[in-house]
Design a binder for this molecule. Sequence first.
Ligand code: SAM
Length: 217
Amino acid sequence: MQTTGTSLKQRVIGYLVDQAHRPRGFVGWANGRLFALRPSNRKRNVWAVALLDVRPTDRVLEIGFGPGIAIAAFAARAVRGHVFGVDHSRAMVRQAARRNAAAIRAGRVHLVQASVERLPSFGDPLDAILAVNSVGFWPGPVERLGELRRLLRPGGRIALVSQPRCPGATRDTTARAAQELQDLLTRAGFTRPRVETLDLDPPVACVLAVNPAGGPS
Ligand SMILES: C[S@@+](CC[C@H](N)C(=O)[O-])C[C@H]1O[C@@H](n2cnc3c(N)ncnc32)[C@H](O)[C@@H]1O
């Protein structure tokens, strides 16, 4: 009985993690609604966008935008710029497109269904890049972050956000996640890493860093 109970629980957890990785079908759609409605999700996304200090003419990119909360916050700031978003889930692209329909029609928001390992072209260099609770799903994160760094102008900023959603996550879980993100960024050639924390339950870490001017390519 114990074994059966444990394996069922593990299978359910595995299924939910898989759905967070690439939301799909009805459960994926419902997950996206949950991401969008959960107050802590909304707060962490809006907070992270504010930390990136986006200017009106900035060109910004979010990887793994889910239902598009941060995309909307970016669009409210980069009013004369461009907001690009990439997510490999068709269900999430649809939800985010509905949420940001007016800015898409105005030609300011551009959402693409693609994976971080096969990015489309974004034209001119970017000013800022964001990923919220997404890096943990990426294959080869150091290589992916190196590719993202090369899309940034010298001095361009990146913010990687983690709010651990594993059962029993604590302040320590968040601190360990922040350290891991900081290590990945440094290995990918970013400089001046700094960690900000938002006091939710569990706390949210945002690791910010910069593409060095004249740094490694
Ligand atoms: C846990 S959700 C977070 C969504 C949103 N950032 C938020 O905070 O509400 C992770 C998102 O990352 C996307 N994602 C995961 N791996 C990806 C990859 N390799 N390429 C593009 N998107 C990815 C998923 O489709 C999903 O929308």
